[in-house]
Write a protein that binds this ligand. Structure first.
Ligand code: GDP
Ligand code: MG
Length: 176
């Protein structure tokens, strides 16, 4: 399939504290069809992946922060036009879960009102030894804030595909 042969283009952003595994999730998801394009002027990168949803070709353009989240220096350009967002925390780091509040505020300030939100608890492979955030706690928070929710592991690929796909399907259902 030609790269620009698609019916819809969806811009999705990934945000969350540094070290939660955002870049690993992105490369895990897009690995089989990887094209990482640098946009050095605004200091972000995105990867694309095309998939079928309800007999339409959806091209997802998924933006990654390339590290500025460390300085909370993400600009409005990052969020502009985004129809979906993954808010990632690390299930072994409570502070990254608490900071989801901050990222949610950023979104409310900069992103479109009806953006599709998904809370993602990453590093589920470490649940047995290092879990600090319970599934119940995360689920409750997600439903209060009207976010979808998945626990994922970029390391063993658990739930990565289904999490992204669920966002795209929800976006597909909400975008007129
Ligand atoms: P980012 O700063 O949010 O983009 O995080 P990175 O994708 O750079 O990952 C930060 C660190 O977490 C790296 O050392 C990764 O190898 C590790 N990491 C990412 N995802 C997982 C995961 O699902 N499980 C485990 N155990 N480690 C992970
Ligand atoms: Mg990163």
């Amino acid at each position: 399939m030609a790269d620009d042969d698609y019916d819809y283009l969806f811009k999705i952003v990934i945000i969350g504290d540094s070290g939660t595994g955002k870049s690993c999730l992105l490369s895990r998801f897009t690995n089989d069809e990887f094209s990482l394009e640098s946009k050095s002027t605004i200091g972000v990168e995105f990867a694309t992946k095309t998939m079928d949803i309800s007999e339409h070709k959806i091209k997802a353009q998924i933006w990654d922060t390339s590290g500025q989240e460390r300085y909370r220096a993400i600009t409005g350009a990052y969020y502009r036009g985004a129809v979906g967002a993954l808010l990632v925390y690390d299930i072994t780091r409570q502070s990254s879960f608490e900071n989801v509040d901050h990222w949610l505020k950023e979104l409310r300030e900069h992103a479109d009102n009806n953006i599709t939100l998904m809370l993602v608890g990453n590093k589920s492979d470490l649940a047995d030894t290092g879990r600090q955030v319970s599934i119940e706690q995360a689920k409750e928070y997600a439903s209060e804030s009207e976010m979808l929710f998945f626990e994922t592991s970029a390391l063993n690929a658990s739930n990565v595909e289904v999490a992204f796909k669920t966002v795209f399907e929800r976006v597909y259902d909400t975008v007129p």
